[in-house]
Design a protein around this ligand. Structure first.
Ligand code: F0G
Length: 442
């Protein structure tokens, strides 16, 4: 049985054909997942095949998503024309300095910022765009604080579809806006926040038939789950104790949890890592849910705030999936302040790695989880850096020069600041200054 769309509300349990253009259950409104629940694989053969494909020049094999296509049950090689920019293939990097900062013996980053448009969104977008083409869509849309729009614009352009992006006015990085413009997206800046615009775009998609490519789209989640598959493949299937990820709309943690559960059920891994989700302190409804003794109701945050714009989300669409994944994995949820995120980001930079603010929430959260004794010093930890360092150059410059401020007027101290220096055009003085600052001679 190939993949179907399953309603995740167990009281409803409706099942739909994979070709239906729906994002949530038409009967009860719950989230849907694309899954082939009868899938069986020979684990050793699958691992061998995936490794061999790394030697291949075929586009599908070169993609770090489609290389694992046996796990993408909705994909039919005869019917789909895959839209790929060779996404995935992102490195796992050891970061001793970041480990020491968090109080860990060792730490590995899986860096999704190495993707074609600079974030993990490409892993999901290749799947979403491929399905859009299969469905005969001409126009695709998303709301975004930056990364989703750049990614969708690129994949739509590559496939010859028209990308329409909705941005919260004044709340997007110029680097990302520039990408969307360059890829030819119809770019609409709306005077509302992310949550409000997502609600609007969902209505518009329904009304106009424009295909929605936010992470409420179950195929995006399918693409993103391969981030975990690739990470395990790169580690020769050694399962880490923890996987740490920032939480905004909660699509990524939903995708990771689903991917890991499937690998476990298929016998490719023998246990599940625990998921740790980190939110920004003033945009933390998921944290609030997990830290409320009864875990009774999910309450959104009306006015989410954070300089880490990618996770400035108060009404995350995937929260029911994310709760399930965190609970199933024995996971935890942490939150980090603006200062903690900014300092952690600078430390990731000092490792020669670099990332955007939302990604740095992982290291900031890990430091707190370590201090609280939840993560052990000798734990095997993979933190996912979701986006590229070049996303927010303005933020970086302000941090290093001591000029970074929160929207509510709190100054961020440049604890790991690195100021540029202005000097006169004078070789002797410059040499003296360098000597003073660096001491050493080559
Ligand atoms: N990290 C980065 C770099 C992101 O761009 C996002 C989301 C997240 C983390 C949060 O991931 O939503 O799956 O929990 N960015 C969206 C966007 C909002 O529009 O690009 P999530």
């Amino acid at each position: 049985m190939p993949s179907q769309l399953h309603c995740l509300n167990s009281a409803c349990g409706a099942v739909y054909a994979i070709g239906e253009v729906i994002y949530t259950c038409p009967k009860c409104g719950a989230l849907l997942e694309a899954a082939d629940r009868d899938l069986k694989l020979d684990p050793d053969a699958a691992k061998r095949t995936w490794r061999e494909r790394r030697m291949s020049n075929a586009p599908l094999d070169q993609s770090g998503v489609w290389r694992y296509r046996e796990l993408l049950g909705f994909f039919d090689e005869r019917e789909h024309c895959v839209v790929t920019l060779r996404e995935g293939n992102t490195p796992v990097l050891d970061a001793p300095k970041a480990a020491a900062y968090a109080g860990l013996d060792a730490l590995t980053f899986k860096h999704q910022g190495f993707n074609p448009t600079g974030s993990f969104k490409d892993n999901g977008m290749t799947a979403g765009a491929t399905v859009a083409m299969r469905l005969g869509m001409r126009r695709v849309a998303c709301v975004s604080t930056g990364n989703t729009s750049a990614s969708m614009a690129a994949y739509a352009a590559a496939a010859g579809m028209t990308p329409i992006i909705f941005l919260p006015h004044g709340n997007i990085s110029h680097g990302k806006l520039a990408q969307a413009l360059e890829y030819g997206a119809l770019t609409l800046q709306i005077e509302a926040n992310f949550d409000q615009i997502l609600a609007l775009v969902r209505v518009l998609a329904e009304k106009t038939g424009i295909y929605l490519l936010n992470s409420v789209n179950p195929f995006r989640i399918e693409g993103q789950k391969t981030i975990m598959v690739e990470m395990l493949d790169q580690r020769d299937w050694r399962v880490p104790d923890w996987v740490v990820v920032p939480g905004g709309n909660l699509g990524n943690v939903s995708a990771f949890g689903k991917g890991l559960r499937e690998l476990h059920a298929l016998g490719l891994i023998d246990r599940l890592p625990r998921l740790a989700v980190v939110q920004a302190a003033r945009s933390a409804p998921f944290y609030d849910y997990f830290h409320n003794a009864e875990r009774a109701a999910f309450v959104s945050v009306e006015q989410p705030e954070t300089l880490a714009t990618a996770i400035r989300i108060g009404d995350p669409v995937s929260w029911p999936k994310a709760i399930h994944e965190v609970e199933t994995s024995g996971g935890v949820v942490e939150k980090a302040t603006e200062q903690e995120i900014a300092d952690a980001k600078a430390v990731v930079g000092q490792c020669g790695i670099g990332c955007e603010p939302a990604s740095a929430a992982t290291l900031a959260g890990l430091k707190k989880l370590r201090a609280a004794g939840i993560v052990a010093a000798d734990a095997d930890v993979v933190a996912v850096l979701t986006g590229n360092v070049l996303k927010d150059p303005d933020y970086i410059f302000k941090y290093h020069t001591g000029a970074l401020k929160t929207p509510w007027g709190e100054g961020i101290a440049a604890n790991f600041g690195n100021q540029p220096v202005v000097l006169p055009n004078d070789a002797e003085r410059i040499a003296a200054f360098i000597g003073e600052r660096t001491g050493a001679r080559n």
